[in-house]
Design a binder for this molecule. Structure first.
Ligand SMILES: [Fe+2]
Ligand SMILES: [Fe+2]
Length: 283
């Protein structure tokens, strides 16, 4: 049996966002920083620069003309979006960095992250949430505990996967049956270790139980990511190694005052956005 303490020891060995990503996060959250400053940091890494430009030119952002200069990409897309792109690229590289022993389909897991990110942003748009870019990053990172688990112990991950797929139950239920520390707790520890904002830590910890943070300032973000996660799990079963029917939390619907008519609108808009997010899947 693995204990949470044993896992925390292993978390210490996981990769942390490298110097450049850390710097991007800092510059992007500084209200006085200029587009040029952010561009200068991103330009320190050639492959990051080209990926940011590729994503900036993707159908997802729908910019009618080709953006060729990083400064321009930042001016058009905004600081937060560029920061999200850098963070997406980092998450992706950390996902593939952890050894070759993994038996799970990481490409599908990545698709789950991107779709939950797109879905969270879409709910934010429908509900008129003021900082929808925040929702993308929260959606992207909500299941980071699953990558961590796979990197730390591919064997445990495989066992959870076997139980969940054979019994047709959710990933969380399988963790519970096997008495394995939940991916929500593991992910929360990683978020703290990386020094990510509280809203991200709370989303990671509460995305299956939005009630946990009902009194928090971040209750809405946690609830939006929860709804997006449930919808994506229903539409793309198995991507996140979860097989049972996911339950939509009534607390989340209450927090957001979400009506069934809006859920339908959300699903339509989500499908349209997902069809434009191809470049994110091929990063
Ligand atoms: Fe999850
Ligand atoms: Fe998920």
């Amino acid at each position: 049996m693995v204990t949470i303490d044993k896992l925390i020891e292993k978390i210490e060995e996981l990769p942390t966002p490298d110097f450049i990503v850390q710097k991007i996060m800092n510059v992007a959250s500084d209200p006085n920083a200029s587009a040029k400053e952010l561009a200068n940091v991103i330009m320190m890494d050639a492959s990051l620069s080209s990926k940011v430009l590729k994503l900036a030119n993707s159908a997802y952002y729908g910019i009618p003309r080709k953006i060729t200069v990083l400064n321009e990409a930042i001016m058009i897309l905004g600081f937060k979006t560029v920061r999200n792109l850098a963070m997406s690229i980092f998450t992706y590289s950390s996902l593939f960095a952890g050894g070759g022993e993994s038996k799970i389909d990481r490409k599908r897991l990545w698709r789950h992250f991107i779709y939950v990110a797109v879905g969270s942003e879409t709910i934010g748009e429908i509900l008129g949430y003021p900082v929808k870019e925040e929702l993308f990053i929260n959606g992207l990172l909500h299941d980071i505990g699953k990558i961590a688990l796979d990197v730390m112990s591919p064997k445990i991950m495989e066992t959870i996967y076997d139980v969940a797929s054979k019994k047709k139950i959710t990933f969380s239920k399988a963790e519970e049956l096997l008495d394995i520390p939940p991916h929500t707790v593991i992910g929360g520890k990683i978020s703290e270790r990386w020094g990510l904002p509280d809203v991200i830590t709370q989303t990671i910890e509460g995305h299956h139980k939005p009630k946990m943070f009902i009194d928090s300032l971040n209750a809405e973000v946690v609830a939006m990511v929860h709804v997006s996660d449930v919808v994506v799990n229903v539409m793309f079963p198995g991507d996140s190694l979860s097989f049972g029917k996911p339950k939509l939390s009534p607390d989340a619907l209450n927090i957001l005052s979400l009506r069934p008519r809006m859920v339908k609108k959300f699903i339509d808009k989500f499908k349209e956005k997902v069809s434009k997010a191809k470049e994110f899947l091929e990063m």
